[in-house]
Design a protein around this ligand. Structure first.
Ligand SMILES: [Zn+2]
Length: 549
């Protein structure tokens, strides 16, 4: 190989390595969330005592309507002035509950739908995946509904259809591609409503309206186009609510949940973490909610709370990776015992997730409180006759509060652990990127003069980088993490890492010696092969001596 060609060859190799390392560095900086695989079952819940089954056995709603209005800010409905008069009126009349939900950034549709349905917090990687998404494999309420034999229909943003293929008995997707269209995109959803509201074969209907988001992108939240759009949404809510009243007369229960997937910034966009983007309304409307006093409720919730809440309303299992807490105020008509059962199943699910995510879960304050409260809960369930009704209610309420507190403590720790960057990996990659740069700098004249001993060092270093990264990515960042290889705190682990790497480098050195010896200098073969690691770098020093600028 010509000297010039050799230089270009090394340069090309180094560029490829640099790009690879950079990509791997980003992977560590934006860690993929580790999640539990599979689906939860009602039978997972422990039998709390010999006689009492922990599974709540209330009747779920006959019809649940989830209406997602894309980019709906909380002040559009809950602000001082609203253009959604019917909705506001229904809440004031006591037929609705209103909450402001905090949304986690990134405030983009795909991760938000995932959060709504799984109760988990998707990472920034999901923004990249926002375009061209695949079906959702993680446990979620939509798949749970299907598994429980409940029929779903869907109309609106086609992201849902991509995430949940073959989940809906009837569906039609609209696309957010034509941002200038804010009329047809919503009419294509609404035109299905009269038909669907007269059908009785579905249990859950999901509607996702995109028009408001498109107006936001075009002209912002203070545009004159906002008012007619909100009035249009209000009329749709009224139309559905009228049908719910008819169902109510027929003694069919129904609940409508209206929410935004994310909000809208004052400039009209979304994706960031501003107040407008991260505050969305969540409204429960139902004729079965009667004269509810919104003043006594906790009005601020998290968006992820919707997943366990909808699961509880429909009496399906809470998804495995949920980090939300059931909104207890929305459980209309449930007895205290049923509410305690519901929040217990939530706490149980979160405790299982904690055990999966954290090695030292037993030390977590929330987990300790969960164990204590579970014991109290069993005693409370068994001790039905000795307590007065009021004392029983009070104790039940205190158990509920304790379960809510322990869910908070446990989810805090799980979230903290999942947002920790892979510092180990990042340091390794930074060192190697610098190593390549430094090598390129000092090695450039060496390559031009050709020296096999130094090209061996280069090869050995580069292949060692490859091995470390390969081991790190396959073993240390996967679910099957090896404490022996990835733990940088213990002496034994570091010794094994250093010894392993040393023997690997020795092996590569031998192979390279053999290879270059046979290729370039058959006479020197025996000397090179036999010299093992005693590297003679005099040639290298000689050349670098000249090249220090
Ligand atoms: Zn948008």
């Amino acid at each position: 190989m010509l000297v010039k060609d050799r230089f270009y060859f090394i340069l090309l190799n180094s560029t490829i390595f640099l790009i690879t390392f950079y990509a791997l560095f980003l992977k560590c900086f934006f860690p993929m969330k580790q999640s539990r695989i599979g689906f939860s079952n009602k039978s997972d819940l422990p039998l709390v005592s010999k006689n009492i089954n922990g599974t709540p056995s209330y009747k779920s709603y006959d019809h649940l309507i989830l209406m997602v209005i894309d980019a709906m800010r909380s002040d559009f409905i809950l602000g001082k002035e609203t253009h959604m008069k019917f909705t506001r009126h229904a809440i004031r009349n006591g037929h609705g509950l209103n909450f402001t939900a905090k949304v986690n950034p990134p405030t983009v549709t795909l991760p938000r739908i995932k959060a709504l349905t799984t109760g988990g917090i998707p990472g920034f990687v999901d923004v990249v995946l926002n375009f061209g998404c695949e079906s959702l494999q993680e446990d979620n309420i939509i798949t749970q509904m299907k598994r429980c034999g409940k029929n779903l229909v869907f109309y609106g943003d086609d992201t849902w259809i991509k995430l949940f293929p073959q989940h809906f008995i009837r569906e039609e997707g609209t696309t957010s591609f034509f941002v200038t269209d804010y009329t047809e995109v919503d009419n294509n959803v609404t035109r299905h409503l009269p038909d669907e509201l007269n059908k009785t074969d579905w249990t859950m209907m999901i509607l996702h309206y995109l028009g408001l988001d498109h107006i936001g992108h075009m002209s912002g939240p203070f545009s004159p186009l906002i008012k007619p759009k909100l009035e249009e949404m209000d009329q749709i809510i009224e139309m559905i609510y009228k049908q719910m009243e008819i169902w109510d007369q027929r003694e069919e229960t129904s609940m409508m949940v209206i929410c935004g997937d994310h909000g809208m910034s004052d400039q009209g966009g979304h994706g960031g973490a501003s107040q407008g983007e991260t505050s969305v309304p969540v409204i429960f409307l139902s004729p079965s909610i009667k004269h509810y006093n919104n003043d006594q409720m906790k009005l601020n919730i998290k968006q992820i709370d919707l997943a366990p809440t909808l699961a509880t309303l429909m009496n399906i299992p809470i998804p495995l990776n949920n980090l939300g807490t059931i909104i207890l105020d929305s459980l209309i008509g449930l007895t205290t015992t049923e509410k305690v059962q519901a929040i217990f199943s939530n706490a149980y699910q979160v405790s299982a997730l904690l055990q999966f995510s954290i090695d030292s879960f037993e030390k977590n304050k929330g987990y300790i409180l969960y164990n204590q409260t579970s014991k109290r809960y069993i005693e409370w369930l068994e001790d039905k006759d000795t307590l007065s009704k009021i004392a029983r209610e009070n104790q039940g309420q205190s158990i509920i509060n304790n379960f809510i507190r322990c869910i908070e403590l446990m989810t805090d720790e799980i979230q903290e652990s999942s947002t920790v960057y892979d510092i180990h990996g990042m340091i390794v990659f930074i060192i190697f990127i610098w190593l390549i740069l430094v090598l390129l700098l000092i090695y450039q004249p060496v390559i031009l003069k050709t020296s096999d001993i130094c090209s061996k060092i280069y090869t050995i270093l580069i292949s060692s980088c490859g091995v470390i990264i390969f081991i790190h990515l396959t073993v240390c960042t996967s679910q099957y993490k090896s404490m022996l290889l990835c733990n940088n705190d213990s002496v034994s682990s570091i010794t094994i890492q250093v010894l392993g790497l040393g023997s690997f480098m020795l092996l590569v050195y031998q192979i390279v010696s053999l290879w270059t010896g046979t290729l370039n200098n058959p006479q020197n073969h025996t000397r090179e092969y036999g010299s093992t690691i005693s590297i003679n770098c005099s040639e290298f020093n000689g050349v670098t001596g000249i090249t220090i600028y």
